[in-house]
Design a protein around this ligand. Structure first.
Ligand SMILES: [Zn+2]
Length: 270
């Protein structure tokens, strides 16, 4: 089988960004995949091009990282190239928050529950659906809402440093309708210790969106949700300072800013 080496590209992305990779279709091209951050992620064909999404976790160190791309043709030929994704650092603010003491100094029962739920969530994120459920752009779960620019903020709860903020907080009164950012399958819909009532949606290709602190969940695990479908109501359940929607996006194990999904453009090529 012939292996053809292709010209490599140099891409630029920021910490906490979802990045769309694309490959022009050519006759006989049957499959494309990228090896990124210990995962092999397939591309899907969209007419004249193939696309996929990779995530740059917010704590990825600035630097140049290889993305190995492999093309497979109908006649058995394969072609490979190694692109470089240059990750640039982004400044993240620190915010101080005050919450109920039980969410900072956990009881043994709550520690155990939180650990169990962390494993459950990790298992959800480890499943890579090899197709894309979406065909339209991603949308904000509360149309026209303000706020949500606090992704990646370093956080201090009741004076104690905790994990950085892995989503965007959108202003929402209790009862506000929360809509799926895009088409997908519900993979988790339950009450969690920190997240309160939570819905997790798998959009395919390793892209997941989460909707936390809901007052009400309107979907079940296994449901297919359409882009814009109401999946629950905003609330103040879990570790919160007041009612709002925490909207999160993961691309496999990378925590990315949900707003970076709205304009999923191919990164700057240098
Ligand atoms: Zn939040």
């Amino acid at each position: 089988m012939n292996v053809i080496a292709l010209l490599a590209a140099h891409l630029v992305a920021l910490q906490g960004q979802a990045v769309q990779l694309s490959q022009t279709h050519e006759p006989g091209l049957e499959a494309v995949e990228v090896r990124w951050n210990d995962h092999t992620i397939p591309y899907v064909r969209r007419e004249s091009e193939w696309i996929t999404v990779v995530g740059i976790d917010l704590d990825t160190r600035a630097g140049a990282y290889p993305a190995e791309i492999e093309l497979e043709f109908a006649d058995g030929r394969t072609a490979t190239r190694t692109d470089t994704i240059e990750v640039r650092s982004k400044e993240f603010r620190t915010t101080e928050l005050t919450v109920a003491p039980g969410y900072v100094e956990l009881s043994p029962e709550d520690q155990e529950r939180a650990a169990r739920e962390r494993r459950e969530i990790a298992a959800v994120y480890s499943k890579l659906t090899p197709t894309a459920h979406w065909s339209e752009p991603f949308a904000v779960p509360i149309p026209g809402v303000e706020g949500g620019r606090n992704f990646g903020h370093r956080r201090v709860f009741n004076g104690q440093p905790r994990a950085p903020h892995s989503g965007a907080d959108l202003r929402a009164a209790t009862g506000t309708q929360i809509r799926a950012a895009n088409t997908g399958t519900v993979v988790l819909a339950k009450n969690l210790f920190f997240s309160g009532n939570a819905v997790f949606v798998d959009h395919g290709l390793g892209v997941f969106s989460t909707y936390l602190h809901l007052s009400e969940i309107n979907v079940d695990v296994g449901d297919t949700v359409e882009r814009g479908q109401v999946i629950g109501l905003a609330g103040a359940t879990g570790r919160v300072t007041g009612p709002h929607l925490h909207w999160g996006v993961r691309v496999l194990d990378a925590r990315v800013d949900p707003f970076s999904l709205l304009s999923l453009d191919t990164p700057v090529v240098q």
